[in-house]
Design a protein around this ligand. Structure first.
Ligand SMILES: [Zn+2]
Length: 179
């Protein structure tokens, strides 16, 4: 039996919870971050308007510099649990492939972080019916959807907020478990 959850398209993007401004990411400082700056939590370095992970050759080259101390947007989003994206995985197929899929998502995180330390996982919540992954960036949530869909087929939908700062990604394969 079809229920609401099987509807493939959601014409109205789901608004992000909370009170944050619609027009901008409150974690992206308007005036910019002084450069070079180092995140006190993950040691990512901000240089030339982008973040590098601590093992990056760019960071190694900069190591003798005097860094401003800051907390990077990804670490703040993690600390405050303020996701840029939410990925929901559902359907019968998940039962038999859960470990494999979670393993792939963790691998994607390692790869994504190597490229941009602002991409990462805030939390993974498993229930009997679904897995919900909260990510620091909307781009990384989109990437998880894309990679899971490429590897396991099924159906994937992306619902962006009008300002493109938040995405809800829904992937499913196989019948939905009833509540
Ligand atoms: Zn950080």
């Amino acid at each position: 039996m079809m229920n609401q959850k099987n509807v493939k398209r959601h014409p109205v993007p789901q608004a992000r919870r909370g009170t944050e401004a619609k027009s901008s990411d409150p974690y992206a400082k308007k005036g910019g971050i002084p450069e070079p700056a180092k995140c006190s939590a993950c040691e990512a370095v901000y240089h030339h308007k982008r973040w590098y992970s601590k093992g990056d050759p760019v960071v190694i080259e900069l190591q003798s510099e005097a860094f401003d101390r800051t907390i990077c947007p990804a670490c703040r989003k993690t600390q405050e649990h303020f996701p840029g994206g939410i990925v929901t995985l559902r359907g019968e197929f998940l039962d038999s492939h859960k470990d494999q899929i979670l393993h792939q998502i963790r691998n994607e995180e390692v790869r994504a972080k190597g490229n941009n330390p602002q991409d990462g996982i805030i939390s993974i919540k498993e229930t009997e019916r679904r897995i919900e992954i909260h990510t620091t960036s909307e781009k990384f949530a989109q990437r998880i959807g894309k990679e899971i869909h490429r590897a396991y087929k099924g159906e994937v939908n992306y619902n962006w907020t009008p300002d493109d700062k938040f995405v809800r990604v829904e992937w499913f394969r196989g019948a939905e478990k009833e509540d």
